[in-house]
Design a protein around this ligand. Structure first.
Ligand code: IMP
Ligand code: MG
Length: 245
């Protein structure tokens, strides 16, 4: 199992006024749980060298599964290329929530391709699924757009997802995809929620394991709002009412 960052259940996140948050969302968020810089590990203001994981843990309210995961996005890209390389990879972005993570992860894989002796051809595909209404997963997962899955026959497919909660969406997509006989399928999810509603499904690669809260930002939405927010934040109960459909 690849390493991932674990964000504790009692983590309160970080105060909003420490970060740049759009004015129109200031009243809607409880806290920032994963700053954009931590997702990308590219933020020069987040110099974590010399900070032990314990003190970093105190400051950021996260616990580390291993010390090595500080550069986890690059690590993920490296693990993916190691496991799937040698054959053309088709990266399948699950829209809309996966698009930010997809773009950043593709950049890391591209950089690896540019800077190493071995490289792997990478093409991209998109699929659109819908399973959510308000803050609840519905039992009905619908493919509502995107490319034909049949084009993935015989390919090494990397599914890129924003968040796995119950696991139903991914289980449904995997079933549909396997009918098209790809050569290999791996799933990378930016987030996995620790929840009693989980079916037990775990992706092959995970960025962060998060508490059972409704999260928005970095392309994750609540009824289409909050995709225009850089950091991953905890949505307030009041906002769930405000943006309810
Ligand atoms: P699952 O089928 O319950 O695993 O849910 C997966 C999908 O529900 C994800 O791809 C998201 O689109 C959506 N989802 C689940 N939890 C959240 C959340 O906390 N914020 C935003 N979207 C979520
Ligand atoms: Mg999704």
């Amino acid at each position: 199992m690849a390493s991932y960052l674990e964000i504790a259940d009692d983590s309160k996140g970080h105060e909003l006024d420490l970060f740049c948050v759009p004015k129109h969302y200031e009243e809607d968020l409880d806290s920032v749980i994963i700053p954009n810089g931590l997702i990308k590990d590219r933020n020069p203001s987040m110099d974590i060298s010399g900070i032990t994981s314990a003190s970093f843990n105190e400051r950021m309210h996260v616990t580390f599964s291993t010390a090595a995961v500080l550069n986890w996005a690059e690590r993920l890209a490296r693990d993916i290329v190691r496991d799937m390389g040698g054959h053309h990879i088709v990266a399948l972005c699950v829209l809309k929530g996966g698009y930010k993570f997809f773009a950043d992860l593709m950049d890391y894989i591209k950089t690896l391709n540019q800077n190493s002796d071995e490289s792997v051809p990478l093409t991209v595909d998109f699929i659109r699924l819908k399973s959510y209404s308000n803050d609840e997963s519905t039992n009905c997962v619908k493919v509502i757009g995107g490319d034909e899955l049949s084009a993935l026959a015989g390919k090494n497919v990397l599914i890129v997802e924003d968040i796995v909660e119950t696991g139903k969406t991914m289980e449904t997509l995997l079933k549909l995809l396997n009918e098209c006989r790809p050569k290999m399928v791996k799933v990378v999810s930016l987030l996995v929620k620790r929840t009693p509603r989980s079916s037990g499904y775990r992706p092959d690669y995970i960025g962060f394991e998060v508490p059972d809260k409704f999260l928005v930002g970095y392309a994750l939405d609540y009824n289409e709002y909050f995709r225009d927010l850089s950091h991953i934040c905890i949505l307030s109960e009041k906002a769930k009412e405000k943006y309810k459909v």
